[in-house]
Design a protein around this ligand. Structure first.
Ligand SMILES: Cc1cc2nc3c(=O)[nH]c(=O)nc-3n(C[C@H](O)[C@H](O)[C@H](O)COP(=O)(O)OP(=O)(O)OC[C@H]3O[C@@H](n4cnc5c(N)ncnc54)[C@H](O)[C@@H]3O)c2cc1C
Length: 392
């Protein structure tokens, strides 16, 4: 399809990535048919509030729905419809009822689904937080005094713990790591985050895994019993790619793409958002998935242009990520997780407000800001401007 005018483009996944892909395809000049297929019943909505405002109180759908810009007014939306298979050689996607939808260009925007705990025993009320319906179901269980066991101390586990605690629940977080949000923050900021949670009454049982459900809670690997009426499984997520199997794509961790988000060997197929594994030339040639809100927009722009045959220079988005816990804002720019352990306080003090710099081979690859909002634009610009493209 590159170089020729696309007749029909199908986008699978109707969330942030799918919506932005549709917008960017129109912006890049695609005037042909555009269909977006999504398995959720809702029009595209914003996920970050699900572990924050939406969990804290009932909010109307309008508060989380994405604005539908005029550019996508003529898009055909097929919501509440799962794509169950695809034949990339024949250029069709297949729905559960057997309907086949042909395409000239395909955008994969199917994101992630939560991992589940695979341990024996029957649990109390078990929850995950990925969709609006998940958040509503969990909110209905959160009352003052409810004993909540959060399994996993990543950003979703920490945000859920903070929101549940703010609602008066009795919260325990259990996780194998030695500190919350260890991977993106490192040990010192992780320890500070733990201190702030503990100060508000959250209990941490770290360095252990879940051994089994006990009916009235959990038993951990060291034998500790965690009584709970509600268990939240925040143990990561896996790419929704099963529908693409059998087509020769590398689906080992999302959809392996080149620097223009094209699936290997399939120039008429691109992937965007959480499901895409792509190299970011800002750092190196290693393809990685990035589960940040900023990435669906960056990848959609690039992928839409690639699908329409518009070649450009190296793709090097600046990832950015934020997390809100107890009214405290963590903001990250760049890729702190690619640092080699050389973490320096660039500004402020950990116990109050601080900016931490994450380095690789002595060069700054990411910053995380705890508060310090006034310095936000400065650090973002610093990282944006500091482009040292590594040799291939
Ligand atoms: C609770 C929560 C809080 C978050 N908070 C933050 C935050 O504070 N800051 C931040 O930077 N990021 C945050 N994120 C991450 C951010 O929301 C994601 O990076 C973003 O939603 C990714 O968008 P996406 O369109 O790629 O994937 P998704 O949002 O996962 O959308 C994929 C869509 O495709 C659908 N789908 C899957 N398979 C099929 C199929 N076979 N057929 C049809 N449809 C299918 C899915 O149901 C879904 O609707 C949060 C995520 C969650 C879940």
């Amino acid at each position: 399809m590159p170089g020729e005018r696309a007749r029909r483009i199908v986008v699978v996944g109707a969330s942030l990535g799918g919506l932005r892909a549709a917008e960017q395809l129109r912006a890049a000049g695609h005037t042909g048919d555009l269909t977006v297929i999504g398995d959720e019943p809702h029009p595209p909505y914003n996920r970050p509030p699900l572990s924050k405002e939406v969990l804290a109180a009932e909010v109307s759908f309008d508060r989380v729905a994405f604005r539908m810009r005029a550019a996508v007014a003529d898009v055909g939306w097929r919501l509440g419809t799962a794509v169950t298979g695809a034949d990339l050689a024949a250029r069709i996607v297949r729905l559960a009822d057997g309907t086949e939808i042909p395409y000239d260009g395909l955008v994969i925007a199917t994101g992630l689904r939560p991992r589940r705990l695979d341990v024996p025993g029957t649990g109390p009320s078990r929850h995950v937080v990925r969709t609006l319906d998940d958040a509503a179901a969990l909110r209905a269980c959160l009352r003052p005094g409810t004993r909540v066991a959060v399994v996993g101390a990543g950003f979703i586990g920490c945000e859920v713990a903070a929101t549940a605690r703010t609602l008066g629940a009795d919260v325990t977080v259990a996780a194998p790591e030695s500190a919350p949000m260890l991977r993106p923050l490192g040990p010192d900021l992780g320890a500070e985050l733990r201190r702030r949670h503990e100060e508000r009454g959250v209990r941490f049982l770290l360095g252990r895994t879940v051994a089994r459900f006990t009916g009235d809670g959990l038993k951990l690997s060291d034998g500790t019993a965690v009584p709970a009426e509600v268990v939240v499984e925040a143990v990561g997520a896996m790419p929704c790619v099963e529908w693409l199997e059998g087509n020769g794509l590398d689906l080992s961790d999302g959809v392996l793409c080149d620097g223009a988000l094209r699936a290997e060997g399939r120039p008429e197929v691109v992937a965007v958002g959480d499901v895409a594994r792509f190299p970011n030339r800002r750092y190196d040639d290693v393809p990685r998935r990035v589960e940040h809100w900023s990435i669906p927009t960056d990848t959609a722009k690039r992928a839409a242009r690639a699908l329409l045959g518009k070649e450009e220079g190296p793709f090097m988005p600046l990832p950015s990520f934020w997390s809100d816990q107890y009214g405290m804002r963590l903001q990250s720019f760049g890729a702190p997780n690619l640092g080699d352990g050389d973490i320096r306080v660039l500004e402020g003090e950990l116990g109050e407000e601080a900016v931490l710099g994450y380095h690789r081979d002595g060069g700054l690859v990411g910053v995380v800001m705890l508060g310090c909002v006034r310095s936000l634009a400065r650090y973002r610009k610093l990282l944006l401007d500091d482009v040292r493209i590594p040799a291939s």
